[in-house]
Design a protein around this ligand. Sequence first.
Ligand code: HEC
Ligand code: HEC
Length: 422
Amino acid sequence: MSSNRRNRQAIIRTAGHARHPMLPVPAPLRRALALAFAASLAACGGSMDDDTGADATLVAQGREIFRHDTFGDESLWSDTLRMHEVIEAAVDPLTALAVGLKVDVDALPDDLRAAIASGAADLASPATTLSLIALDAVVGIRGTVEEAGGANRLARVGITCALCHSTVDDSFAPGIGHRLDGWPNRDLDPGAIIALSPALDPATRALYAGWGKGRFDPRFNVDGLDSPVLIPPAYGLDGVHSVTYTGDGDEIRYWNRYVAVVEMGGHGRFVEPRLNLDIRNGDDDLVSDKLAALEAYQLSLAAPAPAPGSFDAAAAARGAQLFAGSAGCATCHAGPLLTDANQRLHPAADSAAEPEMPSYASRSASGQYRTTPLRALWQHPPYFHDGSAATLEAVVRRYDARGALQLSDGEIADLVEYLKSL
Ligand code: HEC
Ligand code: HEC
């Protein structure tokens, strides 16, 4: 495990203690931003008119942070992992799309759109990737592109929250479209991307490469164990006062600080006595002052509704009765959010994904699981924290077998239609 230890040392920096909080946004600018944001909402028929200007400003700031802020994590992704070297040398757009990276069509100028549409853009050249990064068009990737000796060079690169928690609607081409924030990118293979780093030894590289699409292990940096989990949605969390699969914190900002510092390598500090963690990166704090806005933005992200006609309404109504009644689902998936997360957590054995080696819950601060709030299930297969149920039918059959529910095939189908309707 010496390679893990090295890795960890790269992320856990303890030098320096100065804090330089971001300057607060001056009130006149705040008001102007609020007005501009309200106007843009009105223009596109948005329905946030109940919100105060201050909330709208905070949400708008949070969106910027969610999409574009690296918290200074270039220290990890460039200085330590040297990802800028690999991207510049070997990651052409086709490779980038193949590992699940997405391109924001709204960041592309017309001539580039036309060149991609006509096939004139060289998608097999890393130079094209650099052009896309320079436009801030690769979702979740921020880079500094500089000209040197007549060629573009990628000087530094970092990542943002959108890397894992946004995708695009494929409206232009597969992997290229408008941003969908909060939608987990289940095409993304973060392990395969990290495994490209020239700074890693072969064993560590192989471990990362084994994680698979849509999966990431946010605790590997801390404990060196290996049980990657699915990237979850960051939408539909308003009212859920228990975040992560294991309910580690009461507020989104608890986990956002963890990820920004411990996983992304952003500059700041994360302290968690339950895990005996006190991690500080850099001698400045580029995280704390952004957490309120970042949280407001995530809470504003509603779960997307299922497409009309994508489920059988009569069967779903029967399924809802089973869910609340004889199938026993509502004993844990209770209330409007379909979770008891605000009341209690569950021992590992209550998860239909356990037993698992190593148990993900055992690696967390709570040591337990949260009943996952059920929302937009249609959008994000597979299911359970480890992705062990490929379909909603597999979910229901798992519960049927484990709980000896003795559901008929018709009842299973009805429950599935109900889950598709959420
Ligand atoms: C490399 C991929 C990756 C990046 C980057 C990332 N996350 Fe996550 N995120 C995950 C994974 C994996 C989990 C699941 C961890 C768990 O629940 O134990 C998660 C969990 C979450 C959750 C909990 C959702 C719930 O159901 O309670 C929120 C909220 C979240 N992330 C927001 C963010 C924000 C905000 C950022 C940027 C500061 C961020 N994430 C960056 C992969 C990522
Ligand atoms: C004893 C409490 C409990 C009961 C009863 C229960 N669940 Fe769950 N459910 C959980 C927990 C805890 C999780 C998170 C498990 C994990 O990911 O490890 C979960 C996860 C899920 C998920 C995965 C959601 C996602 O986004 O990955 C679905 C779907 C689900 N349950 C549906 C059901 C259905 C349908 C029933 C009834 C047949 C049911 N549950 C009964 C506690 C329960």
